[in-house]
Write a protein that binds this ligand. Structure first.
Ligand SMILES: Nc1nc2c(ncn2[C@@H]2O[C@H](COP(=O)(O)OP(=O)(O)O)[C@@H](O)[C@H]2O)c(=O)[nH]1
Ligand SMILES: [Mg+2]
Length: 421
């Protein structure tokens, strides 16, 4: 392996080699060329899940919000057709579509039951696909419905998501979050007149309003204690749901006194901010790695299907590139640490996360240094980190799994040092 050559560059040259080898095979050549082009295109993040899990709603919210990492367009979101129900079909064509079209996937599921999760195609496919399974996020969707829509539903859903992360069934996912896409979209697209209508509701004393917010029938009934016509009430209901009306009126009563403030609260509380940050951290910031993986998997499939006398050579190169790719190991370890599946005390976990690039992959981000740190100081910080993690990787009293994890951090430290010269 050539030091300093990124995974993306190695994959690009492998694709170029494959294009040369397969120059007389139109189908194979077209596929290889398409993947070469895709390396320079935005990361494609699919939103997938069973019917009614909130895919289209969430994609609208994602499309409406440009992220901190993408002032331009370095990510596109794909609203996928529904995945088949469990056991409905042996081979779900949507699974194939995901493999062909998406670089990464946000899976939506309403219930985090292990038997359901294990059927999501997050860790399926070839050995290569499973070995490099770093491109899935699980989102517990329609989070406002958790616990029968009580006002603390969103908090309960977030706790459930956090607990699920430690679950083995969630190991194939980089993280598990809870999201209420409808509330996020409602917040992102909140209009002044909608805010005014909600504020009017909030101006009625709680004791008087509350019982009309328990069912749709009550909410649109003639007895409704606020002078807001029925059709306006239906509009609010369609946009925010009953839970959303309860939540927004509570928020307005407790200090959200402008559309802007209410919008920000909805985006935050709905879990949207956390989901968007996870997409940025795992998929957008690592876009090159995620796209390189797509190309490797596509090439693997193509080589399987199209025998050629130089195929062995390309297969060997592909395996060598994958095995040598530290990026996949970093992302796997970030997920394991995030899920609490490595038994380290908190300060070690925090330091490792940083060094592995969970908070940004530039040298200062990895070293936890703010601003434009002095080169000498950064270098000695990196040397010290390398020493500490080498020690941990070699300490005989440490369990083998933790030593192996520490070795990954050591390799990340070496990568940081290689960037000084
Ligand atoms: N309660 C609730 N309903 C939602 C949420 N997101 C979507 N929905 C509703 O669920 C239904 C299906 O949503 P849709 O986005 O079309 O789901 P899709 O079939 O997965 O694309 C629609 O009636 C949405 O209004 C949510 O976060 N909470
Ligand atoms: Mg849909």
């Amino acid at each position: 392996m050539i030091a300093g050559t990124s995974l993306a560059e190695r994959v690009r040259s492998l694709l170029a080699e494959a294009a040369a080898v397969y120059r007389d095979r139109p189908r194979a050549l077209a596929l290889v060329r398409a993947h070469l082009t895709r390396l320079d295109e935005p990361v494609r993040v699919a939103v997938a899940g069973r019917s009614g899990t909130g895919k289209s709603t969430l994609v609208s919210a994602l499309d409406a919000r440009v992220s901190r990492h993408s002032p331009g367009r370095d990510v596109v979101f794909l609203d996928m057709p529904a995945l088949a129900a469990l056991g409905e079909r042996e081979e779900d064509p949507v699974v194939r579509q995901l493999a062909a079209e998406a670089d990464a996937v946000v899976f939506l599921a309403r219930h985090p039951e292990a038997d359901q999760l294990s059927r999501l195609p997050a860790a399926s496919g070839s050995a290569l696909a499973r070995q490099t399974a770093v491109t899935s996020i699980l989102a517990l969707s329609r989070a406002d419905e958790v616990g029968a829509g009580r006002i603390d539903a969103l908090i309960a859903a977030k706790q459930l998501a956090r607990r699920s992360r430690t679950d083995d069934a969630c190991a194939p996912f980089q993280t598990v979050v809870a999201v209420a896409g409808q509330l996020a979209l409602g917040g992102i697209t909140l209009q002044e007149n909608e805010f005014a209508a909600l504020a009017l509701l909030a101006s009625v004393p709680r004791a008087e309003l509350d019982r009309f917010l328990l069912s749709v029938d009550e909410f649109v009934s003639e007895r409704f204690p606020v002078r807001l016509d029925q059709s306006s009430r239906r509009v609010l209901l369609a946009k925010f749901g009953l839970f959303g009306v309860r939540l927004t009126t509570t928020l307005i009563r407790t200090g959200c006194d402008s559309a802007m403030k209410l919008s920000a609260q909805l985006v935050q509380r709905s879990g949207f901010t956390e989901l968007r940050d996870a997409v940025d951290t795992y998929f957008v910031a690592r876009g090159d790695v995620v796209k390189a993986r797509t190309a490797l998997l596509a090439l693997e499939t193509m080589l399987d299907a199209e025998p050629h006398r130089q195929r062995e050579l390309l297969t060997a190169r592909l395996e060598q590139i994958t095995a040598g790719a530290h990026d996949f190991r970093e992302l796997r370890l970030i997920a394991a640490l995030h899920g609490g599946r490595v038994d380290w005390p908190e300060e070690l976990t925090t330091e490792a996360m940083c060094l592995l690039g969970a908070h940004g992959t530039d040298v200062p981000d990895r070293l936890g240094l703010d601003g434009e740190p002095d080169e000498g100081a950064a270098f000695s910080t990196a040397i010290a980190a390398l020493g500490r993690w080498r020690h941990r990787a070699e300490a005989p009293e440490t369990a083998p799994a933790e030593r192996a994890a520490a070795r990954v951090v050591v390799r990340s430290c070496e990568g940081i040092l290689a960037r000084f010269d």
